[in-house]
Design a protein around this ligand. Structure first.
Ligand code: GLP
Length: 234
């Protein structure tokens, strides 16, 4: 595992964007696993800069987002699909048909999850999986549990995660109670993983990387991933 402890979020974002850009330069049709939350926003801003200033092209890139809130349509301002459109996709030349975000509004949730995994496999698997980390060690919406879940699945969001994410909503009451998330199978099958963590996450990063591997700290499973890079603010 390559672990970089950096001084601030600006450096973290710049380095993470460099890793993603290098992946795209080496493989223009790379499959990227992408994350939402506050942490990747600076990374996406840097990638937009790289497109505008250095001609980095997303024309061949295929993307799979980690998760989506259940019950929110992709056009809902709070949906992760909208977040991705606003923070990255509508500013770069990625093709619409190559964008994938789980459909939290699907009528058949089990089918949606199964097809999402099948599509990832059909596209050759994920070349680079970008991850943030929750205060409780969650990745995607793989919340602390007594077991790791492999496939994309429906999950009830932890009370502490709903509280943390309430800052993006008008009140905690309207934060969805459930989500669809890519499971540990697709994450661990990614050829490379890039975990980023901003100010205030150093303790949970430390527990995930150096503590026991346990589903109680979901990100700890990355200790078993052969090609993981961690960039966190110390
Ligand atoms: C959210 C997302 C995660 C994200 C995490 C941290 O709930 N489901 O994918 O990594 O929480 O978010 P933030 O970067 O805003 O701290």
């Amino acid at each position: 595992m390559n672990v970089l402890a950096v001084a601030d979020a600006t450096i973290m974002s710049a380095l993470a964007a460099d890793v993603i850009a290098a992946t795209i330069v080496q493989k223009p049709n790379a499959v990227l696993g992408l994350a939402t939350g506050a942490t990747p926003m600076g990374v996406y801003a840097k990638l937009i800069e790289k497109q505008k200033e250095n001609g980095l092209s997303f024309a061949g890139v295929r993307s799979y987002n980690l998760d989506e809130y259940v019950g929110l349509h992709g056009n809902d301002p709070q949906s992760y699909r909208r977040y991705m459109m606003e923070n990255l996709f509508q500013h770069v030349d990625i093709k619409n048909e190559n964008i994938h975000v789980p459909n939290g509004d699907a009528t058949d949730i089990a089918r949606e999850c199964r097809q999402y995994d099948e599509q990832i496999v059909a596209d050759g698997g994920i070349d680079l999986q970008l991850l943030g980390i929750g205060n409780n060690g969650h990745i995607g919406f793989n919340e602390p549990s007594d077991h790791f879940t492999l496939p994309t699945h429906y999950v009830e969001i932890d009370a502490s995660t709903r509280e943390a994410n309430a800052r993006f909503f008008s009140s905690i009451d309207v934060v969805p109670k459930a989500a669809l998330t890519v499971g540990m199978g697709a994450i661990m099958a990614a050829r490379a993983v890039l975990l980023i963590a901003s100010v205030g996450k150093a303790d949970i990063v430390e527990r995930a990387l150096n503590g026991p591997v346990t589903p109680a700290v979901p990100a700890s499973i990355l200790q078993f991933h052969p090609n993981t890079t961690v960039i966190y603010v110390k």
